[in-house]
Ligand binder design. Structure first.
Ligand SMILES: Cc1cc2nc3c(=O)[nH]c(=O)nc-3n(C[C@H](O)[C@H](O)[C@H](O)COP(=O)(O)OP(=O)(O)OC[C@H]3O[C@@H](n4cnc5c(N)ncnc54)[C@H](O)[C@@H]3O)c2cc1C
Length: 377
């Protein structure tokens, strides 16, 4: 990258969303440069999640999460098939463990139908036990369109498509400032030990956990369009025995979360979680992904509600990921926020905030949305 480098579009961040946006813009004929501050792509939230292709069941009707999850899931399955990305549509069980929760199942089914997810099948206790003999439940739902994906292979495929359409990726490139002058964004970027200058007409901020910090660097973006991001860590426990399960298993959601659920990776290994641990910092230098040794003891009794055989000794501290949340503790399920020129008034700029789950599932739909917002820019 030379000091006077000029391009048409810059995408900040090479996670699943940034790579998806870069691909969409490049395939639309834009000249795209992707800036990633780390040495490798997809090292942050896109590499630290459950790798579940969500059906789109729980999100409020009309929300971006609902709309983009359902559209994104359909696009994602088609992409995986056309690009040979490892994935499995193995289905998810939502299980009730008492009479009150049995009542909740009808509400969940209705909520899903409101989002266009009409394939949930009510299952009796006997039907669930026939599918997963080790579960102790009172009833449930099967979501056949929930699946799992190899997120690393997915991001490689996105980057491959983007590069084939002419996009370039610059690693170790951290954006330091962005100023709109004469209709172009003038960026300064730290690249390795050097500071570079470059210009672009389109600027898309897909910086994930750090999107609010990046937005605050953009002049003259009004502060109302750089909302605070609060960080909520999610810890996993891994099962250190062979998994007896063939489906993903989610308890009926509890207030504020999806409960400690079971997901499987592409190798069939089981993990439980994530929980919700609010972090008191938003300083990148203070982020610690280590998982406490106490996680198995906290998780085991909650898992035992639907899988009585589990013991603390069968679990080990796993990995963790961090959710960017723009609603904080007061509104933990806040929607995605995608601000284009119509929102903040700056031509050519899109900022994406709060892209927590189902951001991986929704990534291709988010990319289309961003492309549409920049169509006339
Ligand atoms: C615990 C957990 C479980 C989840 N499970 C699922 C799931 O099962 N299914 C699902 O659909 N979603 C899930 N999600 C959500 C999903 O992982 C995210 O929505 C998605 O990965 C977000 O992608 P992203 O590209 O926006 O962010 P990221 O992957 O974080 O990418 C942002 C990139 O921007 C870069 N960057 C930041 N600042 C700068 C800068 N100043 N200059 C240059 N680059 C910068 C970062 O280094 C990073 O690479 C989960 C999330 C968590 C935390």
């Amino acid at each position: 990258m030379s000091a006077d480098f000029s391009t048409e579009a810059v995408v900040i961040g090479a996670g699943a969303v940034g790579l998806g946006v870069a691909r969409a813009l490049a395939q639309a004929g834009r000249d795209v440069l992707i800036l990633e501050k780390n040495a490798r792509t997809g090292e942050e939230t896109s590499a630290r999640n459950s790798e579940v292709i969500h059906a789109g069941i729980y999100y409020p009707k009309g929300s971006l999460k609902a709309e983009l999850c359902v559209e994104g899931r359909n696009r994602l399955y088609a992409f995986c098939e056309s690009h040979g990305v490892p994935h499995r549509r193995l289905g998810k069980l939502i299980v009730a463990t008492n009479a009150d929760q049995n009542q909740d199942l009808a509400t969940i089914r209705q909520k899903a139908a409101d989002n266009g997810v009409t394939d949930l099948e009510p299952l009796s206790k006997a039907q669930i036990v026939a599918l997963e003999p080790e579960l102790t439940v009172t009833g449930g739902l099967l979501s056949p369109s929930t699946g799992i994906i190899d997120s690393h292979a997915y991001m490689q495929a996105l980057l491959g498509d983007a590069e084939a359409a002419g996009a370039s990726l610059v690693r170790n490139a951290e954006i330091l400032s962005a100023t709109l002058q004469d209709g172009r964004y003038r960026l300064t970027v730290r690249n390795g030990g050097e500071t570079m200058a470059l210009q672009t007409s389109l600027l898309v901020n897909c910086a994930g956990l750090w999107a609010s910090r990046v937005a605050r660097l953009i002049e003259p973006l009004d502060a109302a369009f750089a909302p605070a991001t609060f960080l909520a860590k999610g810890n996993y426990a891994t099962l250190n025995t062979r998994s007896p399960f063939r489906h993903l298993v989610y308890p009926v959601p509890e207030a504020g979360g999806l409960g400690i659920h079971l997901t499987l990776d592409m190798g069939g290994a089981a993990r439980f979680g994530p929980d919700v641990e609010w972090l008191e910092t938003d300083d990148p230098a203070r982020i610690d992904y280590a998982v406490s040794k106490t996680v198995p003891a906290h998780f085991a009794p909650r898992i035992a509600a639907y899988w009585p055989k589990v013991t603390e000794a069968m679990l080990a501290p796993g990995y963790s990921g961090i959710r960017p949340k723009i609603g904080g503790r007061a509104n933990p399920n806040a929607d995605f926020r995608i601000d284009g020129p119509d929102a903040h008034g700056l031509n050519g700029l899109v900022n994406l905030f709060g892209i927590e789950s189902p951001g991986l599932t929704a990534s291709l739909a988010i990319a289309e949305k961003v492309k549409g917002m920049l169509r006339d820019a």
